[in-house]
Design a protein around this ligand. Sequence first.
Ligand SMILES: Cc1ncc(COP(=O)(O)O)c(C=O)c1O
Length: 501
Amino acid sequence: MLVPLLPPNEAAQPLPVSTTSRPDLHSFNFTVENDELSWNRVPLIQLIEQHGTPLKLTYLPQISKHIQHVKSIFAKAMARHRFRGGHTYCYCTKTSHFRFVLDEVLKNDTHLELSSAFDVSIVQELYRSGKINKSTYIICNGYKQPQYLERIGELIEAEFNVVPIIDSLREIGTYEHVHAREVNIGIRIATDEVQSTLFRTSRLGVRYSEVCELYRTRIQHHPKLRLRMLHFHINTGIQNTGYYWSELACFVHKYCKLRKICPSLDSIDIGGGLPIAHSLDFTYPYDGIVDQIIETISKICTRNHVAVPHLFTEFGGYTVGESGATIYQVIEQKQQNAKEMWYMINGSFITQLPDTWGKKESFICLPINNWSYPRRNVLLGGLTCDAQDFYADGPDRQHVSMPQYDEYREDQYVGLFHTGAYQEELSGYGGVSHCLIPAPKHVVVESDGNGRWKSCLFAPEQGSESMMRLLGYTEEKMMFSNDLDVLGSDCIPRHVCAPER
Ligand SMILES: Cc1ncc(COP(=O)(O)O)c(C=O)c1O
């Protein structure tokens, strides 16, 4: 079915483009003093002297700052529009699963969104350590294989505040058989993708045309299932485009339609998608966009005589992206023809910042030292043998501007900033990477609340032992067998099960 076309006045129009002046280094917490860069008041050269490079950094206070920022703009917009529903901030764990990230996130009265069976172990550990309790919302998204369904069932039976979001019609049977008096569920709606993609409708979620039928036939009269939430996530993020506003309006219309036949439905989840700065000239009207989201929901609900829903969000990139940085040393200058200068770095973009390769994403890329030196345009080259292991800036992939320094007498360091979201998740932290490039050292930086900072080594640079184990070199020999009976779990070679790093 085609998503219903809305009358022109139903979907909000894109906001006018801001004419405010462009931000600079200071807007993103950078300062330059004595020719050296500080980030969030952390003098990066000091960290480099202490830990060496390549170095991944996480600046924890940035996480809480971003959560509080989003919470406050939603609260302001809700107050402005006298929006009766509340806002629940969920963190989408797939953005970064590290414990130090989750610990920081959960200091801010937040809830969780999961996407895998293995996330459930994290939830159980966070509960054991008192970081969450049984009223913390656990939104279970994603396509669910049997193990994930089983583990969601475990959480429900242990009386966690779980809301499984139905992604496929097949999964509903599992919740019917969970040992619980009542199971709250949600339905994810499959959104239409932007026109340029190969397909029109997302593979994730239930078709618009099937949602009401699903409710009527499987949920409405079920003694256990309560439909509480309608969910959507726009793949391209929350952009100020006609496409986004029209998708949001369609979604809220669906909520209103369903709400009229389903009294238990009281919440919507608008997924993630708030952007972060990938360049110093980034601007985004966060307040205006959130205001328009709340206004759109309010208007459509009012027009349909339906109470406004409680609102859930699942911002991943915005929660952690700007907390991360990745620092390299330039190890050689290679002039490969009259025009092209390569600054070779002691790491790899393909393996350590995979979005630069897979999505041609850029990050804020700045020299760490030698700021007063004349600049030259260079390409940053990674260590693997892949031709695509390089970094170029911006959507049109420009050379980056770096100091012209004497490589025989001086060191040059370069930082890529706002790398805290998805990079380790995509590259597979600490595994076996292209050309056996090791996972870099990871340092976590905390503020002491008085403008000073302290750092902690989370993990040293990956050693060869873990790679040797993963590749099977630490086992005497592999056991082959024709006998299907012996292929039990005992036969799985130990190196496959061995803990990483
Ligand atoms: C269902 C869902 N929610 C939330 C997110 C987080 O999105 P973002 O990191 O853009 O905020 C994603 C990302 O893919 C997602 O699929």
